[in-house]
Design a protein around this ligand. Structure first.
Ligand code: COA
Ligand code: ARG
Length: 436
């Protein structure tokens, strides 16, 4: 029976993430619209589960939907500027009421979902308090934003003390100034500031959408900070713009990742954290895909990539000794620290000729452009080494090379030592050449 699919495969995939997250701090910002009914129950259950795995949790909640709904029920039109609420005296009173109610609802949900976490005998303790100070946003474009505020300072020490005690820290969207005034703040500003101040491993935003969507409405699964900046230049709608900006600020200030995903789909948070591909958008400072020189620790991964193809006769069999001896000629493609492909550059006594060998992309990652990236990498490596001609020998993949600019060649074109090998191997491979 193949045990690598289904539960066993999923568990094996999740195990490294379970170990990696133990003791790490996650700041989770959740939109107010997700703080009722099923989404709240599921969030509470997932938070209990994460806490039981030793993850340190800071939950920052929003209250936009609740304030807007109450204002509407009172026949008042909410006022916004640049996507931010303009908070007058009455809206501030509402913000305080709503914040208190939401805190109570979240605490209750965390208590009731405890039954799903068998090893916990008592509810996760929740710590709330004055963990941040605020100041007014002031006058923006000539508009007085009233009691809308911004984060002034995060009391990191108090939060860390509560986390050390094993509590989940719950922070609402209000802050107080040193003069004793209360301000209405945005959930994303607070979550970002907390994640940076705490040097959190992750900043997570739970929102209504699947994640950050491109102009065709399709989910963007991975973004480097640079790609996220390019996206901002395309002027996405203000709520997404602010999340992307916040994601970039966080990853450029020490947070390893910002992950933006649906808080409505059951299981999104768990899939995002414990699977390789996640569920929403993951933003990191650097690009997720990296091609680097291989080293001997990579041999087991390279072997796992090439063995099935050797068995099918697509690649020539390479022994462990050969790989150890030639590992310096290999490059590997990593996505999120997992190896998905490799390629080697063989050299000959003629310094102007080289050979692309052992180009493989693992089956689950094919057709995503990794083959093309490995090829571009090898072209550069060959050019940097002063080569002018790159050969490729293939029994099955000729078309792929031809479509990428290789020309058919003959055994006579190969450097003499390779010509002899080809005849000895009896594989009758076709020869292709690329002029660099
Ligand atoms: N012949 C022709 N085209 C092929 C092909 C083949 N043998 N294998 C894949 N393609 C096409 C795919 O259909 C896809 O076409 P599309 O873009 O029109 O949908 C395209 O190549 C995918 O390109 P890309 O995503 O850049 O490549 P990849 O990451 O899937 O990797 C290989 C391409 C060839 C490296 C990968 O298929 C592989 O590992 N194959 C087995 C090993 C092998 O044959 N290696 C070469 C021997 S040196
Ligand atoms: N589980 C991993 C993590 O939490 C990978 C998630 C990848 N997510 C994505 N949207 N691409 O870092």
């Amino acid at each position: 029976m193949n045990t690598s699919v289904g539960f066993v495969g999923d568990f094996r995939e999740a195990a490294p993430y379970i170990n990696y997250l133990r003791g790490k701090t996650l700041v989770i910002g959740v939109a107010g619209s997700l703080l009722a009914g099923e989404p709240l129950k599921r969030l509470a259950a997932d938070l209990n589960l994460l806490a039981s795995l030793g993850v340190r949790l800071v939950l920052v909640h929003g209250s936009r939907l609740q304030i807007t709904a109450t204002l509407a029920a009172q026949g008042r039109t909410p006022a916004y500027h640049n996507g931010r609420r303009i908070t007058d005296e009455a809206a501030l009173q509402l913000a305080k009421q709503v914040s208190g109610m939401l805190r109570s609802d979240i605490e209750a949900a965390l208590c009731s979902s405890i039954s799903q976490t068998p090893q916990r005998s008592k509810p996760l303790s929740v710590a709330s308090g004055n963990f941040l100070s605020a100041r007014p946003l002031g006058i923006i474009d000539g508009i007085d934003m009233g009691y809308t505020g911004q984060v002034r300072k995060i009391d990191t020490e108090s939060i860390v003390n509560r986390l050390d005690d094993g509590a989940l820290v719950l922070i609402g969207p209000l802050g107080h100034s040193l003069s004793g005034k209360t301000f209405n703040l945005s959930m994303s500003d607070i979550a970002e500031a907390c994640a940076i101040a705490l040097n959190a491993e992750k900043l997570i935003y739970l929102i209504e959408e699947e994640g950050i969507l491109n102009s065709d409405g399709l989910l963007m699964t991975n973004l480097s900070a640079q790609e996220a900046r390019q996206l901002m230049a395309q002027q996405p709608p203000p709520p997404q713009l602010r999340l992307i900006q916040s994601a970039v600020n966080a990853v450029e200030n020490g947070v390893a990742r910002t992950q933006i995903l649906s808080g409505r789909d059951d299981g999104s948070l768990i899939r995002e954290l414990f699977t390789r591909h996640g569920a929403g958008t993951s933003v990191a400072r650097d690009s997720f895909v990296n091609i680097r020189a291989a080293h001997s620790d990579d041999i087991p991964n390279i072997t796992a990539l090439i063995r099935p193809l050797e068995e099918q006769g697509i690649l020539l069999r390479r022994s462990r000794e050969y790989l150890e001896d030639q590992i310096h000629t290999f490059s590997v493609l990593e996505h999120d620290r997992h190896i998905y492909g490799c390629v080697a550059l063989k050299t000959f006594s003629d310094p102007h000729s080289g050979e692309l060998a052992c180009l493989v992309v693992s089956p689950e990652a094919q057709d995503g452009g990794y083959g093309e990236l490995l090829l571009a990498h090898l072209f550069k490596k060959a050019r940097d080494a002063g080569m002018t001609r790159l050969f490729a020998l293939s029994t099955h993949t000729g078309e792929w090379f031809v479509e990428r600019g290789f020309q058919t060649a003959s055994a006579q074109d190969l450097p003499p030592e390779r010509r002899r090998d080809l005849i000895d191997s009896g594989r009758n491979s076709k020869v292709f050449v690329y002029v660099l």
